[in-house]
Design a protein around this ligand. Structure first.
Ligand code: NAI
Length: 456
């Protein structure tokens, strides 16, 4: 009998397993594919590896802006993708070592909840059955495929999701991206940088979903200038071979052709085949009554005592860093330590070039909530380090302050390397710092991070 069985070895599952093992619990972790989950194998890490190659190419192409002559710059598509495989392999190996050090028993295979015991749960995997006092479900999510003609029957040769596009063997010429959210824009960024013709078709009037409107528009303008063809307010209604059929804002039917068509219209919690019904785990329902994830409370407990869920399978805040924190909360709850999940300061980062990062409320969200806020803004060019390192670069920092309390409610940035700066804003928001308190903090000079203090 294990103290804890974890289904799914992504950033929710493996972080929880490491913590629980280190705290002295006996842990079994089931993973049907590779440790690291979607994030490490088909998401965050491989895309960031590709995007870094694209960034190096961008630097080489524009080296003259910095007084450096690079006579010729070109990519080796095969080498870029080979490096991605190497990076992923190294990190998967690292997790294996972590699991070994935490004395976690890792089982390769698909786990199914087989039933309840007097003092725990039965989990079947392959031809073996395991027993555990507690169960943590971290089965993640999969790319959502819209039920439109040409897609609902399955992916065709040209149609790919984030998974297949990471295994391309040769460089296509034209890419059509369905959905200008985070995944869509990161791939649009990579493929545009390496010379592909990229078209983005987005249903909403803006890219990057709920991220700050002004910043999303600035990013879009920068990519449009680089040559990405954006079609906003356009709903994809069918895919025919290598053509995407969409309706534009006027209701006209239009077409866009690509050698590859990336479907990036969101992700869905992985709820099937887990045996949740065997022990009566309750699902969360959307307003239409459809299940979108496992229902949890702020301690990551499900309705079944002893059963917890963390990560994308809960159906909201589908981010690796949310999953890891949720996994920690679940383990602390099992250990009897006081802990609860807070979603007020979960950062969102888009690794385009330039990067976008945001945390807390946007201006629009603050207005929707009826809050009386002050919005302070400053171009990134107020940071000396930014100017030194971003020739012709354009960026922005926005801070949303609560007028009544002076507390920082949101911070939104465009400009490199805001992905590395945003955590400062996360601390301010999570810990309820006021503008005055943040102003007393000494930031390193010269650093782009100073922009946060300058904006106040
Ligand atoms: P998303 O929800 O960010 O964006 C999907 C977009 O597709 C939306 O803007 C939506 O309006 C649009 N769309 C939906 N149906 C459409 C249609 N028929 N025609 C045209 N447009 C349509 O989803 P995405 O980009 O697939 O990402 C999935 C999840 O993965 C998100 O939760 C995201 O936060 C996470 N993720 C995070 C990353 C990061 O933190 N850097 C990187 C990649 C993914």
């Amino acid at each position: 009998m294990f103290d804890l069985a974890i289904i799914g070895g992504g950033p929710g599952g493996y972080v929880a397993a490491g913590k629980a093992g280190a705290a002295g619990l006996s842990v079994v972790l089931f993973e049907k594919k590779e440790l690291g989950g979607v994030c490490l194998n088909e998401g965050c890490i491989p895309t960031k590896t590709l995007l870094y190659s694209a960034k190096v190419l961008d630097y080489a192409k524009h080296a003259d802006r910095y007084g450096v002559t690079v006579p010729e710059s070109a990519i080796d598509f095969g080498a870029i993708f080979k490096r991605k495989v190497k990076v992923v392999k190294k990190l998967v190996g690292g997790i294996k070592v972590q699991m070994r050090n935490a004395q976690v028993e890792v089982v390769s295979g698909e786990a199914v909840i087989a039933g309840r015991e007097a003092d725990g749960f039965r989990i079947a995997c392959g031809d073996k059955t395991y027993e555990a006092r507690n169960l943590l479900i971290c089965s993640g999510s999969e790319a959502a495929i819209p039920p439109i003609p040409g897609l609902r029957e399955g992916l065709g040769d040209a149609v790919v999701t984030n998974r297949e596009i990471l295994s391309l063997e040769s460089q296509p010429e034209r890419l059509v991206v369905i959905g200008g959210g985070v995944i869509g824009m990161e791939f649009a960024s990579f493929f545009q940088s390496i010379g592909m013709q990229v078209t983005v078709i987005e249903m909403l009037p803006k890219i990057l979903g709920p991220m700050d409107l002004e910043i999303s528009n600035m990013l879009q303008a920068q990519y449009a200038k680089k040559g990405v063809d954006f079609h906003l307010n356009c709903k994809v209604v069918a895919v025919e071979g290598n053509e995407v059929v969409y309706e534009d804002a006027e209701g006209q039917t239009c077409r866009a052709a690509g050698d590859k068509i990336l479907v990036s219209v969101g992700r869905r919690a992985q709820l099937q085949g887990l045996g949740l019904e065997t022990i009566g785990v309750e699902l969360a329902l959307n307003p239409a009554g459809r299940p979108y994830g496992i229902k949890v409370d702020e301690k990551m407990r499900t309705n079944v005592p002893g059963v917890y869920a963390a990560g994308d399978v809960t159906g909201f805040s589908m981010l690796a860093h949310t999953a890891s924190r949720e996994g920690e909360v679940a383990v602390n709850t099992i250990l009897g330590k006081e802990d609860r999940m807070s979603y007020q300061a979960i950062p969102g980062v888009v690794y385009t070039n330039p990067e976008v990062a945001g945390v807390g409320l946007t201006e629009a969200e603050a207005q929707q909530k009826g809050l009386d806020v002050e919005v302070k803004k400053l171009p990134m060019a107020y940071s000396g380090r930014f100017v030194a390192e971003n020739e012709r670069g354009d960026g922005l920092c926005k801070v949303i302050l609560d007028k009544a309390t002076g507390k920082v409610l949101g911070v939104h940035m465009l400009g490199n390397p805001c992905s590395e700066i945003i955590y400062g804003a996360c601390i301010a928001i999570e810990k309820g710092l006021t503008e005055e308190a943040l102003k007393t903090v000494v930031f390193p000079h010269p650093s782009v991070s100073e922009i946060l203090k300058e904006t106040l």
